[in-house]
Write a protein that binds this ligand. Structure first.
Ligand code: ADP
Ligand code: GLC
Length: 478
């Protein structure tokens, strides 16, 4: 089975969040299951330089305003088709936003171009020796591919799967762009790519793909409700059995406390002490006290970290400490930076994106806080489990699916791995922090949770099999 994955970011080449991790991990996870995956990604400067000399597969004289070619080659163990279109992707700044922080004005065209070439690869694959059976589109940036596949005829033989990592990003464009985005006018309706009077690339993907999935079973259920569906709930309910949730895994080699170049490594809980001591030193934390709570996150409304700002005095009152690494919303960045200044030895904050530091922080913490308002899956609580850093999470999406909450029953059965709280409120988070501090005061119980977490499976085994089955269902031939 050959699967063409279309993604706007892929780790370790280009990453803003978990989407990159998943797009980067799936090819290796699926390999042993007989799924051969290649990934089509934009030719950002970092991707082109990692690719080096690729083989030219396709050209286009005028791809949304300029010449383009698709190059094939390998980088970081990934089989890549790279869309080299300098007028769209060869720019300073992030994958979606200019250096000033504003989205690129031509994002609709940029990712339409990616999808157009994806559809052509599906249509013309036989011409260059690699014919995909299924296309997997990640998030709105891949959403137009199933529409173009239909338009170019590829969908007769190639199945399609739309994978939703985050419903909040809709891929919106004005309805006046239907023709310039090469979309079929007849698709502009409630059952097609129309969404509240505009074009939505995500809606296109959901409506046109043979199968749709999101990244945890609970988020799949939540998305079918008005409260979480952000306007897509009806469309997703309509998909019926063709819409499923498949839990993300993590790269258990990159995130392995027994073999992590960033830390004094450990295989069992007692060994974690050194990583913890190193974090206390690096962050200039008070050497003694309550639990060291850590956060590694984008600072956006989704992540609920404004709740943590309000609950922070409770943590400090219980002698707890906080280490936060993140970037995003300038207001949140400022508030956490101020909290650090106001609470030396208790609160340490690093604003920015720093992968090596994220390993040291997650290894050195006692607990990892993830108070998200919604969380399709979430990866940092999984890193926490693997490193013996107890997750304290909102009871939503993939957080609810991956953390076994401490209750009377799970304590008796010795299976708890963390703490969950609901509803998503300051008060509930305060109570969860209180529960954490209470458990911290019972070292035997706390350590049992840490050990349970370290044993919990967080890799791709089960989910890779679920993807393989979904791709097989989507394929147009047995
Ligand atoms: P999302 O994709 O919504 O941001 P996930 O938990 O799925 O949430 O994935 C986030 C990924 O980005 C994780 O691999 C996490 O470690 C990483 N990450 C987020 N913020 C930072 C940061 N400031 N520095 C380093 N890594 C970060
Ligand atoms: C999104 C979600 C996150 C998920 C990631 C990878 O960015 O916010 O919960 O883990 O995609 O699927």
């Amino acid at each position: 089975m050959k699967v063409l994955s279309v993604a706007s970011e892929i780790a370790p080449l280009i990453k803003t969040g978990g989407l990159a991790d998943v797009a980067g991990a799936l090819p290796a996870a699926l390999k042993d299951l007989g799924v051969e995956m290649r990934s089509l990604v934009p030719g950002y400067p970092s991707v082109l330089s990692a690719l080096g000399d690729g083989t030219q597969i396709m050209t286009d004289g005028d791809l949304f305003g300029g010449p383009a070619q698709v190059l094939f080659g390998q980088a970081e163990g990934l089989d890549l088709y790279v869309l080299d279109a300098a007028h769209l992707f060869y720019r300073d700044g992030g994958p979606y936003a200019a250096p000033d922080g504003y989205d690129w004005w031509d994002n609709p065209q940029r990712f339409a171009a990616l999808c157009w070439m994806a559809a052509r690869l599906c249509n013309e694959g036989h011409l260059h020796g690699w014919q995909p059976d299924v296309l997997q589109a990640h998030d709105w940036q891949g959403g137009l591919a199933p529409v173009y596949m239909q338009r170019l005829g590829a969908s007769h033989k190639v199945g399609s799967v739309m994978s939703i990592h985050n419903i909040a990003f809709t891929g919106s464009a004005g309805a006046d762009m239907i023709a310039s985005l090469r979309l079929p006018a007849e698709g502009y309706n409630a059952g097609g790519f129309e969404f509240y009077g505009r074009i939505s690339a995500l809606k296109a993907g959901i409506a046109y793909a043979d199968k749709v999935n999101t990244v945890s079973p609970t988020y799949a259920e939540e998305l079918k409700t008005e409260g979480f569906g952000m306007g897509f709930d009806g469309t997703l309910r309509y998909k019926g059995k063709d819409f499923v949730g498949i839990l993300n895994g993590i790269d258990t080699e990159a995130w392995n406390p027994a073999n992590d170049p960033e830390i004094a490594t450990y295989k069992t809980l007692p060994g974690k002490g050194k990583a913890r001591a190193a974090l206390i030193e690096e962050m200039e934390l008070a050497p003694e006290g309550g639990p060291i709570c850590v956060v590694v996150s984008r600072l956006t409304e989704q992540k609920g970290l404004d709740l943590l700002l309000h609950a922070l005095p409770d943590l400090i009152e219980r002698d707890g400490r906080l280490v936060l690494l993140g970037s995003g919303d300038p207001w949140l960045e400022g508030q956490f930076a101020e909290a650090a200044v106001a609470n030396p030895g208790k609160v340490a904050v690093r604003i920015g994106y720093n992968e090596p530091l994220s390993h040291r922080i997650i290894a050195g913490g006692d607990a990892i806080l993830v108070p998200s308002r919604f969380e399709p899956c979430g990866l940092t609580q999984l890193y926490g489990l693997r490193y013996g850093t107890v997750p304290v999470v909102a009871q939503t999406g993939g957080l609810a699916d991956t953390v076994i909450p401490h209750t009377v029953a799970t304590r008796t059965a010795n299976v708890a791995t963390g703490i969950q709280f609901a509803p998503n409120s300051v008060q509930a988070l305060q109570e969860a922090i209180g529960q954490l501090c209470d458990l911290w005061a019972e070292p035997k119980v706390f350590q049992q949770m840490q050990r349970n977490g370290m044993k919990f499976p967080v890799g791709w085994d089960t989910s890779a099999a679920a993807y393989a089955a979904l791709f097989a269902e989507a394929a147009k031939h047995p």
